[in-house]
Design a protein around this ligand. Structure first.
Ligand SMILES: [Zn+2]
Length: 415
């Protein structure tokens, strides 16, 4: 084996306990978003970077949401690889209801580390940080440049994290991106669906509940519109052959990573009615009702296509209006691009199987790089309990993710 690659694996074996302790302590640095105050967790990371004497700077467009950006050059000119992970995590109900472990405890049980955000994505961000630290020691063997971005404000699609960096700091664009958002060791993600959020409001005259002849019901109208919106699922995506083939080949792996049925909806427009409000009292015909629709655009379906269909549906209900509240377009890169092939090769060497390229149903910051046609690969742990209870990661999977990221970054910068 190449001595640099062997050195990386030796360091990770030697540092096993330090890596585990780092991840546990990182979980204990509460960083729920909302509210998204990541100062404590960011300080925890910079303390490690200081202790390792690694270069970095802080970019804070919002005082409570610092972003950490570090870069170093190899010996020879070459390409630029960017590592990206987020520091913020989903929130937890105040009393930790539904959890069997302390959500902020970083507790270990049965070879697993528990805690809010451990899978999404403190494992991945830890892999980025340690990859950055290890490769710095080997920088004399490398070409090009390595950049670490540990960002805030990801969980709410906020403007102060990766979006801000990509818009105002082109030095973080690079030639390729490696990100450790949860995927499952059996899959690499080359694309993701995009959310389009709509708020539909219905206003009618309203009446006494017995006088159903006197006014249309705002709540019944809202329910009828919600049912009509299911038709969005009939829109057919336009895809190139290689992407279509990769999507079909990845359906079974998606079922395995995200539950049966995930592979069937990957190329469909889906509809979730996230909230619904209406009426004041059981014996009144409601004069107002509203709901929020979380529509997910698959690769190859445009926002304009969906909005045109929505307009057609809404037009049949003159009492209704629609407002778009959020949109991130779907994004994808060539499923056979270099950074994905490198990760596949390393996983094959480490674990004996080749991770399948798939599309993510949810959103990640990786889309921001894909929008700029930068090859991007997402490879992280199983999303056990992500956004729900008892979120955890198996320690062996955590170490596997660190190994894969370190080796892949090394390969990209020494090719
Ligand atoms: Zn995430």
């Amino acid at each position: 084996m190449n001595p640099g690659r062997k050195q990386l694996l030796d360091w990770i074996d030697r540092d096993r306990d330090d890596l585990v302790r780092f991840l546990q302590a990182f979980v204990r640095q509460r960083s729920p978003n909302p509210p998204g105050d990541t100062r404590g967790a960011a300080k925890f990371i910079t303390a490690f970077l200081d202790q390792q004497a690694l270069p970095y700077r802080i970019i804070s467009p919002h005082p409570e949401m610092p972003n950490i950006v570090g870069s170093f050059d190899g010996t020879d000119p070459g390409r630029h690889l960017v590592l990206n992970g987020h520091i913020d995590v989903f929130p937890v109900a105040d009393d930790g209801a539904g959890w069997s472990k302390d959500p902020w405890g970083g507790e270990i049980a049965d070879g697993k580390i528990y805690g809010r955000g451990v899978a999404d994505m403190k494992v991945g961000t830890t892999a980025s940080i340690f990859t950055y630290a290890y490769l710095y020691r080997l920088r004399h063997q490398l070409k090009g440049k390595l950049t670490l971005t540990a960002v805030s404000d990801e969980e709410t699609f906020g403007p102060f994290g990766a979006r801000y960096l990509m818009e105002h700091h082109p030095e973080v664009h690079g030639d390729a991106l490696l990100n450790g958002e949860p995927s499952s060791p059996f899959s690499v993600r080359f694309g993701e669906k995009g959310p389009l959020w709509l708020e539909i409001t219905v206003n009618t005259a309203g009446a006494h509940g017995a006088y159903t002849h006197a006014s249309k019901s705002a709540s019944k109208t809202a329910m009828a519109i919600a049912a009509e919106l299911e038709k969005l699922g009939n829109i057919k995506p336009q895809l190139s052959d290689n992407v279509r083939t990769a999507i079909d080949a990845g359906r079974a792996t998606m079922d395995r990573a995200m539950g049966t049925g995930a592979g069937a909806i990957v190329d469909k427009v889906t509809l979730n009615i996230g909230t619904i409000k209406g009426g004041v009292k059981v014996n009144m015909v409601p004069s107002s009702a509203s709901f929020e629709a979380d529509v997910r655009l698959p690769l190859g379906v445009t926002r304009e296509q969906v909005l045109a269909e929505v307009d057609k549906i809404i037009k049949a209900f003159p009492e209704a209006s629609v407002k778009e509240t959020n949109c991130s377009l779907p994004s994808w890169v060539d499923p056979d691009c270099e950074i994905i092939r490198i990760v596949q090769k390393n996983v094959e060497e480490l674990r004996g199987f080749r991770p399948q390229p798939i599309v993510s149903l949810g959103g990640t910051d990786a889309r921001l790089w894909r929008y700029r046609n930068i090859q991007a690969c997402v490879y992280g742990p199983f999303p056990y309990g992500m956004g729900s209870f008892d979120e955890h990661v198996e320690i062996d999977d955590f170490l596997h993710i660190v190994r894969t990221h370190a080796l892949s970054a090394y390969d990209f910068l020494s090719a």
